[in-house]
Ligand binder design. Structure first.
Ligand code: AMP
Length: 517
């Protein structure tokens, strides 16, 4: 059994492994790189798809933009999203992610010289149930047994803990390619306690690229160029050059973007000052989320002992400058922002290995060094989404979201409430919700389950509904008849937004049959 830690990022992914010496290290991919662009190019070879993953796929983005899939993480858990390749096949977000994971798996096998069978995969802390399940399913389709889906900030803190002995209150500020997470944690020796977390799944480096793209478009319009008429190739070229310009501005004060549009050479200059101005509202949004996370736990900027900067986008100077100003501290990048999450996932992989060896699972070999480095590690995580049920307010007769487990509750968590039937009935329907809002319109419906009460009861009959959230982020519910004290039903959430077991089998077969480069 070989378990790797995988950071499946919006723009880049990385794989790490806990070596026998008890230290996690990053694994290089097939191209000798420590990170792999999460980009898939669907090449059509005689009517068959041969997906190309990573840097080579990214480099060809300009040439064949319609065959390219990027930022797939943003669509995880969305059942309506599909990519239609030129061979006429269509792929779900889980399948596209599985193609990336398979490439990562093969690369890790090459680096380690042995078959990789299991994985810990990280997700943003605020990923909801459908997105977590979709990520787990992507691993399964790729032929990996996913032993744990781990929150990215927790992984980053684990990596930090493995490189430093310092304790204290840690803010993990994670701005990646497509997502933002702010997490407050407390580290006491081997104990990692997540206090609160929040984020925005649609805020990342990609959005900063868009600011520069718009800036370039404005410049082109000023030159009399009709930007609506640009070819897909030119749009892809502008996107690539905008990202390069953004990266350049992390070290220089001004940069040039060169383009040739309609045979006319165009030069667009952008300075750090201009970029900072464009970026100010996105940066402000990350600060607002961070301050909400701090406020929720009555922690102020000055109470923070460490700020961990995670994700490639924290290299933007405006981010560093803003956080330094807010915290009054000089920020050090103590761990590599691109590698930390995958290194932390490898630590978790070590923990899982030790657990499985204690359970006498087949084929587990674990060294004394790994045991001694992880055996005392204890992680206390929290739920990132409130869970509840649909109920009717007896005063207004209106439906509302009744929260049973508030967000940021320690996992495992459970919570129940007492309700009464609105009329005389022999069945009730329990709707499980996810989200903070009281208005049912603004929360996710996770599932609906029908409960047979076993007899006709009068209006006002008392029923208890209890929800539980376990360490593996599985949600299940229980319904009790309060009068008889009887458990009427136990249910697991049937995830309508995720693939069924049969769909998973078909997808695994489809992806196994693909030649992935
Ligand atoms: P991640 O998903 O954490 O790998 O983050 C990748 C994001 O970081 C992408 O949007 C990159 O454009 C961005 N990024 C990487 N390096 C830099 C840099 N030097 N300056 C600004 N952004 C960067």
């Amino acid at each position: 059994m070989v378990i790797v830690g995988i950071d499946l990022g919006t723009t880049y992914s990385a794989v790490s492994y806990m070596y026998e010496d008890g230290k996690p290290r990053i694994l290089e991919n097939q191209d000798g790189e420590k990170t792999t662009p999460s980009v898939v190019m669907f090449q059509n070879f005689g009517g068959d798809d041969e997906p190309l993953v990573g840097t080579q796929a990214k480099q060809q983005a300009k040439l064949m933009p319609e065959d390219l899939v990027q930022y797939i993480k943003r669509f995880m858990g969305d059942p309506s999203w599909k990519f239609d390749s030129s061979t006429g096949k269509s792929y779900t977000p889980e399948e596209v992610s599985a193609i990336i994971l398979k490439r990562l798996k093969t690369g890790a096998e090459l680096a380690l010289g042995k078959e990789v069978t299991h994985a810990v995969i990280t997700v943003p802390a605020y990923f909801d149930d459908a997105r977590r399940t979709a990520t787990r399913n992507a691993g399964t389709i790729a032929g990996l047994e996913v032993v744990r889906v781990l929150n990215e900030p927790t992984a980053a803190a684990l990596a930090y803990g493995f490189s430093s002995d310092e304790n204290g209150i840690i803010l993990v500020y994670d701005l990646g390619g497509g997502t933002f997470d702010a997490t407050l944690m407390k580290k006491t020796d081997d104990n990692y306690e997540v206090i609160s977390t929040d984020g925005d799944r649609n805020l990342g480096g990609f959005d900063f690229d868009n600011l520069i793209i718009n800036y370039v478009y404005e410049h082109l319009s000023e030159q009399g160029i009709e930007t609506d008429d640009l070819s897909a190739e030119m749009e892809a070229e502008i996107r690539e050059k905008a990202e390069q310009a953004k990266r350049a501005l992390s070290s220089v004060d001004s940069t040039l973007i060169h383009l040739v549009v309609d045979k006319k050479p165009i030069r667009v200059e952008i300075t750090k000052e201009e970029f900072d101005q464009l970026a100010s509202s996105l940066v402000k949004r990350t600060i607002e989320i961070t301050e909400d996370v701090l406020d929720e736990s009555d922690v102020s900027w000055s109470d923070l002992d460490h700020i961990l900067m995670i994700g490639g986008s924290t290299r933007m100077r405006i981010i560093k400058e803003t956080l330094e100003e807010k915290s009054g501290k000089e920020l050090k990048y103590e761990i590599n922002p691109d590698e930390a999450v995958s290194l932390g996932a490898a630590v978790q992989a070590g923990i899982e290995l030790v657990r499985l060896s204690k359970e006498n699972a087949d084929g587990v070999e674990v060294s004394e060094e790994i045991i001694s480095s992880v055996e005392k590690v204890n992680i206390e995580d929290v739920t990132s989404q409130s869970l509840g049920t649909k109920a009717i307010d007896s005063n207004t007769d209106k439906e509302y979201n009744h929260i049973l487990i508030p967000r940021n509750s320690k996992i495992p968590a459970s919570g129940g409430s007492s309700f009464v039937t609105v009329g005389s009935t022999s069945r009730i329907s329990v709707v499980t919700t996810e989200g903070d809002e009281t208005d049912i319109k603004y929360v996710n419906i996770l599932g609906e389950t029908d409960v047979d009460l076993g007899r006709v009861v009068e209006k006002g009959h008392p029923i208890t509904i209890k929800l539980s959230y376990d360490i593996d982020q599985t949600i299940y519910g229980e319904v009790f008849d309060e009068e008889t004290d009887k458990l009427l039903k136990t249910f697991e959430i049937n995830r309508d937004n995720n693939m069924s077991a049969t769909q998973l089998k078909v997808a695994s077969k489809n992806i196994t049959d693909l030649k992935i480069n």
